[in-house]
Design a protein around this ligand. Structure first.
Ligand code: VL7
Length: 135
């Protein structure tokens, strides 16, 4: 376990989220609602087991996985696609690849000081989110 990302994290900045939603074919009305949501990330890291909850007043999303093992991900309530997903450590970054209909899809988490960073990417679009620890 290179680093421990566990904790409750609150979204502080969300660059290019609109473009990320567009590339996932999220409809306009949903995008307008989602764009201004406060998002809370709850990460529970226990050796090679990981649970990540993304919570908001509109929708919640949760994945549970074993590091290094591919699993079937269904992005229920998001873009509702089936993916073959794998999450691994690359140094101190937690890196996810999501194989499916969309090319170059995945995400990456890392720590910088007391902030949690997340890049969400799909095709040529990158959304960069920064979270701060909930007090
Ligand atoms: C998941 C969603 C836009 C649909 C609703 C927005 C509700 C709160 O994949 C994600 O996190 C990973 C890494 O931490 C773990 O699953 C981010 C939220 C991005 C993409 C789709 C908009 C509708 C937001 C769930």
């Amino acid at each position: 376990m290179p680093v421990d990302l566990s904790g409750t994290w609150v979204l502080e900045t969300n660059d290019n989220f609109e473009e990320y939603m567009k590339i996932l074919n999220i409809d306009l009305v949903t995008r307008k609602i989602a764009a201004h949501l406060s998002q809370t990330k709850i990460i529970i890291q226990d050796e090679d087991k990981l649970t990540i909850k993304t919570l908001s007043t509109f929708r919640n999303y949760e994945i549970s996985l074993t590091i290094g093992e591919e699993f079937d991900e269904y992005t229920k309530g998001l873009d509702s696609r089936m993916l073959k997903t794998r999450v691994s450590w690359e140094g101190d970054a937690l890196v996810c690849t999501q194989k499916g209909e969309k090319a170059n899809r995945g995400w990456r988490h890392w720590l910088e000081g007391d902030k949690l960073h997340l890049e969400l990417y799909c095709e040529d679009v990158v959304c960069h989110q920064v979270f701060t620890r909930k007090q």
